[in-house]
Ligand binder design. Structure first.
Ligand code: HEC
Ligand SMILES: [Cu+2]
Length: 355
């Protein structure tokens, strides 16, 4: 029988133990979700209204589906135990068969509809909230173009062009105009919200807002080739005055190098043809195939958010771009392939000086 005390005890343990652990963890202050939130690309740590709404929607869906899972699972488990075959059952005639039960069927349909409505209401509301451009005079506009495998950013009204790292003001809405130069990419800043695809020949946009200062990771979220996973970026949310300072600095021309090695690097940047693909504002370099390097030395990351922007990493990057970031289009260039150690030392000093 189902109610035999040993089976009951086993079931009680199986369901009770995890529940007990959960309760204990609640009392001890131990937070079992912390590891989920601490990851830099965690959506469980919403830092702006769009991400918050998307997270709440996720929870609604999670609880409704968890409820369905537990209910259906329990009924199934009960039926499996209660009506299992026992010794000697094989000789008995099968139990009486029934067909249809209008009340059960109608209630199941009604319950399913109700659960879907519970999910649908916040879903539809979120779609309207996120895809309706907020009527906000203060809104900042940033044009984003995705390339394999990096990001170009332009602030049309502020006259700023940069790559792979941007700043936004805390508490202000930001509209991102999203385009791609080549294949389909997708724009996503997990802690602020998203994501939305960047599709060739189609303009998409998205608005986001950061509620507190911080450094937020961005990531291409649509497979776009070899280095898709390495196609990241950084968003720095600053208070308004710090943000204005950042804009001012970004607008300025590149500083002229003073150190001897860096001066030589500036010459080699021209001589080795780096200027064909990179812009360095004020230094006669206006290439567009690669990231703007005007203030590259002040960036914290290298290779589109891939690694820390250290001298060591920069040397590795110039020595073997393709080994460093597989598929890297800069590696196709003859001049880049033939850089000598002297070239690399001088170029590194120059790039670092571009504060
Ligand atoms: C054929 C065009 C091309 C040439 C020539 C070229 N690059 Fe690049 N460069 C790129 C592209 C494209 C990227 C972005 C690669 C990526 O992140 O996927 C890049 C990235 C970089 C970066 C990293 C930028 C960042 O924000 O992370 C540095 C630094 C750099 N190049 C320096 C150089 C130097 C120095 C030379 C000359 C020796 C050079 N490049 C020549 C196309 C080029
Ligand atoms: Cu991509």
């Amino acid at each position: 029988m189902f109610s035999s005390s040993s089976t009951t005890r086993k079931i009680a343990w199986l369901t009770g133990l995890p529940l007990l652990l959960l309760l204990l963890s609640g009392c001890s202050g131990y937070d079992p979700m912390a590891w989920l939130r601490d990851a830099p690309q965690s959506t469980f740590d919403a830092k702006g209204p769009v991400a918050e709404q998307q997270l709440q929607l996720f929870y609604v869906t999670l609880w409704v589906t968890a409820f369905i899972f537990v209910t259906v699972g329990s009924v199934l488990a009960y039926a499996t135990f209660r009506f299992r075959q026992r010794p000697g059952d094989a000789d008995k005639p099968p139990p009486a068969q029934t067909h249809g039960h209008p009340i059960v069927e109608i209630s199941l349909i009604a319950a399913a509809v109700l659960l879907l409505v519970i999910i649908a209401v916040p879903t539809v509301r979120a779609i309207y909230d996120i895809y309706e451009l907020p009527d906000d005079e203060d809104m900042l506009v940033i044009d984003v173009t995705a390339y394999q495998w990096w990001w170009a950013f332009e602030y049309p009204e502020e006259g700023v062009t940069t790559a792979n790292e941007i700043a936004i003001p805390v508490g202000r809405k930001v509209k991102f105009n999203l385009r791609t130069f080549d294949v389909i990419h997708s724009f996503w800043v997990p802690k602020l919200g998203g994501k939305i695809d960047m599709i060739p020949n189609r303009d998409n946009w998205l608005w986001l807002q950061a509620d507190e200062p911080g450094q937020f990771w961005g990531q291409c979220a649509e497979f776009c080739g070899e280095s898709h996973a390495n196609m990241k970026f950084r968003v720095f949310a600053y208070e308004e005055d710090q943000f204005q300072e950042w804009l001012e600095h970004q607008r300025s021309d590149a500083v002229d190098p003073e150190e001897e090695l860096a001066v030589e690097g500036k010459e080699r940047f021209q001589g080795r043809g780096c200027l064909a693909c990179h812009t360095i504002q004020g230094h006669d370099a206006m290439g567009l195939a690669g990231p703007d390097l005007t203030h590259f030395g002040s960036r914290v990351t290298l290779g589109a958010g891939m690694v820390e922007n250290t001298e060591e990493n920069l040397v590795r990057w110039l020595r073997d771009p393709d080994g460093f970031k597989p598929g890297n289009l800069m590696a196709l260039d003859q001049n880049v392939q033939n850089l000598t150690d002297e070239d690399i030392a001088a170029l590194t000093a120059y790039l670092k000086s571009l504060q």
